[in-house]
Design a protein around this ligand. Structure first.
Ligand code: ATP
Length: 701
């Protein structure tokens, strides 16, 4: 990629002395000229359009004004302290105001001089002002930018600004770097790809991303660089998949044997959905081919992933291998253990549970049995990863709720055998396709995109505080019909105490509304011990309590088909995917189910959109797309640790089409030339070699 092709240190650059180079390195992790080229502007100013002060109105977005600084003055104290500059042109005057970087601005603006101010005009106390405008001296110093109608704006930090590296300062360094080093940039993509997708050469793209000749050139440059970014991610992922397939001969599960057949014919309490059958078939094909399976099974909440996992594990057992299933929490591990036990009955296979609360003595026995091959399926939490846990012949690893586990944890399970076991990753939070392709690009993806027959869509309602009594009335009717109800409270770490208070106040109110002995309430929250949680859960599962009051510990995977109402308190404090997960705890049986989203009266625009989305749709994929748009990929649970989302220019929400093209291109390359021996692919091979061995590219010119 680009940075590798221009590896010269910044200190070679005029205007970037060692102090500036140092601060660029520390603040923005920019170490080489190539890194600098990849510091893309986050916005552009149309340099040709200026406004006069008399023509300003509040509805204008960002404007450029040429004017003279008449005076500057520090006003106010403490947090209210600000620098106020009187700025005027021939048509009127206005104020420019800074609350931050006051000292730096003060030192760099001179009274009597003419500047260009850029920002959003506000009308206040009968006059226009701009808060925190960008400021540039007039006339502009023209360099490369002289050819451009658009001026780049770079992100700068307080520290950078202090070293004269505001947007303008960065622009100057990049301008110089381009003049000296642009000709060193070598093309990274094969020319047939550039032709096919009508992408400009890398040099042109870099020039135009910083100093675009016009809007069209900018768009082309952006497209090229986004393509490049996504292309190399896909290249690395699909390459590592290929290497894995070549390196590891997967175990072959050649037969469907007695256990799976007995389960299917005698134990399975319902017909499988078409989607479940299809996914099981995909898994069967994978495990017959002599390659190591790495498959992601995506299914919406309640789509029946557990039985797919179980049947895959029985397939392993039938072929003489052990399996394990790893869940993200103790409650979930226990639940999987119980539901698998219930599904397969007592005698068919030997199942065991290993979690953080398994006693030392039980553990020792378990370890021995596992090593001796006496346990067929081990269910557990990340306690399974511990080195002491040794299998006799592990054939399949099922990981539930992948993105709570890191990629390294996944790898650790592989290492439990000489031959890595097959891996099935199950995720209940649907991930938008774009994100799945990027995050799990090295996995094959199966979708369980069908709910079991007879499920009714959950009716979702938005209630505010004034409708609380109505809500109580509603849940009372449902309980009287024999159903069960969840009431969930948010738990946010920073204010754990407050949340607990909230929870306690809520419980008191519920107790008042639903008095003993007629009504029983289970309470589960993070402060309880595992044993207490388990006890409370179990009472609810067995129908001994009608209401389960909980913090989000129940978020994923809890399965009580008789529960028909989910009340979410302070629902505006939850993210969309989380709300969808919580709602998925009901509607798991044939009864009509309901979700009531309680909120205060005032909602932010985003909060409103989240609630409206939940009321409108039950479709997890649609919800996760909206979530991605609202929050960006970095916020989706656990994705931060993936590393691959450190994108510089591509946007997973909007660049779906480019991602598809990039992926298709890489797939085709590996199909036609897996060893990357064609002359067109030499550079790609070179890139992968460097990525894999960490060798720097300084040596080639
Ligand atoms: N084909 C089917 N027909 C009827 N019921 C089914 C079918 N498959 C699964 N179920 C039942 O549907 C419920 C949900 O299944 P399961 O717990 O496997 O869902 P899941 O996909 O793991 O959902 P979540 O991710 O929300 O926990 C269970 O009670 C299960 O027994």
């Amino acid at each position: 990629m680009i940075e590798n092709f221009v590896p010269y240190p910044l200190t070679y650059l005029k205007g970037a002395g060692s102090r500036k180079a140092d601060i660029l390195s520390k603040e923005l992790n920019i170490k080489t000229v190539g890194d600098l080229f990849k510091l893309y502007p986050f916005r552009y100013i149309d340099r040709t359009k200026f406004y006069q002060i008399s023509a300003l109105n509040e509805d204008l977005p960002l404007v450029q004004i040429i004017g003279k600084v008449n005076s500057k003055q520090l006003v106010g104290e403490g947090p209210k302290k600000r620098l106020v500059v009187k700025f005027s042109d021939s048509t009127g005057s206005m104020e420019l105001v800074w609350f931050q970087s006051i000292k730096w601005i003060d030192e760099n603006i001179q009274v009597g001089k003419v500047y260009i101010a850029f920002g959003k005009p506000n009308f206040f106390n009968g006059a226009f002002s701009i808060a925190h405008p960008e400021i540039e001296s007039y006339p502009r110093t023209e360099g490369l930018i002289g050819n451009s109608t658009l001026q780049p704006v770079y992100n700068s930090t307080e520290k950078l600004k202090k070293s004269f590296l505001d947007s303008k300062g960065i622009q100057r360094i990049i301008e110089h770097a381009l003049e000296v080093y642009l000709h060193h940039v070598k093309e990274t993509l094969p020319s047939y790809i550039l032709q096919k997708y009508k992408l400009p050469p890398l040099k042109t793209a870099i020039q135009n991303i910083h100093f675009p000749q016009d809007l069209k050139a900018l768009k082309n440059a952006q497209r090229r660089l986004k393509f490049e970014e996504l292309f190399f991610i896909q290249l690395e992922m699909l390459h590592s998949k290929l290497v894995r397939q070549l390196k590891y001969k997967g175990m072959v599960f050649s037969k469907v044997g007695e256990k799976l057949n007995t389960f299917y014919n005698q134990h399975l309490p319902f017909p499988l959905t078409g989607a479940q059958k299809r996914v099981i078939k995909e898994i069967r094909l994978d495990t017959q081919r002599g390659i190591q399976m790495n498959r992601l099974v995506q299914g919406d909440v309640g789509s029946g992933k557990t039985v797919v996992a179980l049947m895959s594990m029985l397939l392993a057992v039938d072929n003489g291998y052990q399996s394990c299933m790893m869940a993200p929490t103790e409650i979930l591990a226990r639940q999987h253990f119980h539901s698998i036990q219930e599904l397969v009955g007592e005698n068919l296979i030997k199942i065991a549970l290993l979690t953080g609360s398994t006693t030392k003595k039980q553990r020792e026995i378990l370890h021995k049995q596992l090593e001796a091959g006496e346990i067929d399926i081990l269910v557990g939490t990340h306690a399974l990863i511990e080195d002491k846990v040794k299998f006799n012949n592990l054939g399949l690893v099922v990981i539930d709720e992948q993105h709570r586990f890191g990629v390294q944890q996944r790898a650790k399970l592989w290492q439990k055998n000489n031959i890595p076991p097959h891996v099935l990753v199950m995720t209940a939070t649907p991930i938008p396709r774009t994100l799945a392709m990027t995050l799990y690009g090295d996995l094959d993806v199966s979708m369980i995109d069908e709910l079991p027959a007879g499920r009714k869509p959950i009716n979702t309602h938005h209630f505010t505080e004034g409708q609380r009594l109505r809500m109580f009335g509603f849940i009372r009717r449902e309980i009287d019909l024999g159903r069960q109800v969840y009431v969930v409270y948010p738990l946010i770490k920073e204010s754990e105490k407050l949340d607990l208070l909230n929870l306690e106040a809520g419980i008191e109110q519920l107790r008042y509304q639903f008095p003993l002995p007629e009504y029983q309430i289970s309470i589960v929250h993070g402060k309880l011990s595992n044993a207490e949680k388990e006890y409370e859960m179990q009472r609810f599962v067995e129908g001994k309590t009608q209401i389960m009051v909980a913090t989000t510990v129940i978020e994923v995977g809890v399965n009580v088909p008789n529960a028909s109402v989910m009340v979410i308190e302070n629902s505006e404090r939850f993210g969309l995917s989380q709300l969808h997960q919580l709602r998925g705890r009901v509607g798991r049986g044939a009864d009509q189910s309901y979700c009531i989203l309680m909120t205060g009266n005032k909602l932010s625009n985003e909060g409103k959109l989240r609630i409206e989305t939940m009321v409108r749709t039950n479709n997890g994929f649609e919800i996760s797309e909206t979530d991605l748009q609202l929050r960006g990929p970095g916020d989706l649970a656990g994705t931060q640790q993936s590393g691959v989302l450190n994108l510089k220019i591509a946007n997973l929400t909007t660049d779906h089409a480019i991602l598809k093209e990039a992926r298709a291109t890489v797939v085709q390359i590996f199909e036609q030339d897996p060893m990357l021996q064609a002359p067109d692919h030499v550079l790609l091979k070179y890139h992968l070699d460097q990525e894999n061995q960490g060798i720097r590219l300084d040596k080639i010119s």
